[in-house]
Design a protein around this ligand. Sequence first.
Ligand code: NAD
Length: 493
Amino acid sequence: MSLETLANFVDGAFCPPVGGAYWETENPYTAEAWGLVPRSGAEDVERAVVAAKKAFRHGPWPTMAPSQRGAALYGIADVVARNAEELARIEVRDNGKTFKEMFAQVKRIPDWYRFFGGLADKLNGAVLPSDRPGHMNYVRHEPLGVIAMVTPWNSPLMLLAWKLAPALAAGNTAVVKPSEFTSASALRFAELVFEAGLPQGVLNVVTGLGSEAGAALVAHPDVAKVAFTGGVGGGRAVYSAAAGGLKPVSLELGGKSPNIVFEDADMEMAARGVVAGIFGSGGQSCVAGSRLVVQRSIHDRFVARIVELTEKIRLGDPMAPETDIGPVATRPQFERIMTCIGWAKEDGARLATGGVQVPDPSGGKALFVAPTIFTGVRNDMRIAQEEVFGPVLAVIPFDDEAEAVAIANDSAFGLGAGLWTRDVARVHRVAAEIEAGSVWVNTYKITSQTSPFGGYKASGLGREGGVEMIADYLQTKSVWLNLTDEVPYGFPL
Ligand code: NAD
């Protein structure tokens, strides 16, 4: 099969990498390479940042009326809506998640561009009451400049929208470095939105490895801010590199989110929520509910029900409508999952179901892992502390509410948490005590452009979504005007 050759998208045009290096990208389901992706280096990043800086300073973008900028974001929303099926297929070919999941996800992306497009002409400044006689003082909110956006492979276009929509609404320009495993969708997206009228250089995409193109982009002196989603290791490296340039950073990192089930919960609702919360996307989700913290009085009954539901999950072709979970996205990820399963066994957890590689149902070479549940887990075991990013659930019993909260919070992470109970007073008590950026009550994994999302502790810095977070893509200027004819002269301030 001949391979498709991809190119970076810089200054409104596709261009090959300066160094001429590529790597093969693979479809996780067919386990075959389908394309050649540019392995970009510092020179490619330089071109993209120069283009983004030029578009920020000159050309139509900085002089557009804010309402026109908003209209440009509506244009992006429309183009994504029109091409959602094609974009979802591109995602599936690269990350192996089911088409039904990726299509549903891509169809919600326009909401982000519309929401933030609507904010573009509402970024009000203020005239402040001045306590300096004879002076007026007002405040302007201005864009930062070129924003570097670094994204992971699990939900590439959605996580890009979480950054790009507010950044563009605020008047910035962008250089995107998508995951090395899922470069194609960002490139096609950039082409589509350029064709739909986004000015040249406002959105640039450079593909490559995190340690090469990613690191060069984050460290570039003309990058004003870095918005990163990925693992803790990458996040730490990005944070320190950005510190060198004193750049603001937002980090959306990993999780080890607890689903806490109390004995008064609606059992069936909770069981379905817990199973979907961990096994949706094959566990390859930052908010996967990978710890089940369940009251001891219902433990056995609840575990029996989730095992029953789990054993009905269908693995297979991600494009087939009946498939619940596609293959693991990459070989390193598969190896990581099997390593974590090994730790759980070594540390004395009991396997309730799964725990093994499943042969590819189509007879091919795709990597599948059986949805896995471990019981008898103590919260200090590695399987309860480390993010697996795969279909592995650790079940930890508790006796009372205080213990449930203590277990939930005994984690380096703090991204999400689920509470399953019918006791309203307990909902509010526990929701307040949980150290996590999102708490879901009798539901799980709900997100929206209207609501802030992000992590406590090692799960990240900053929030994405919600009106206030657009401030992260703006800087504030205070302007003082002398209203008198006197020229102030003197040295004391
Ligand atoms: P990763 O950290 O390996 O890579 C993420 C991106 O960062 C990639 O584009 C990669 O090339 C780049 N990168 C890595 N090191 C870099 C460096 N030193 N400098 C610049 N760029 C660098 O993560 P992944 O394996 O692609 O994604 C899985 C991780 O992402 C999981 O930990 C998951 O929890 C997390 N995630 C978090 C959220 C969230 O919103 N909190 C959402 C999705 C995924």
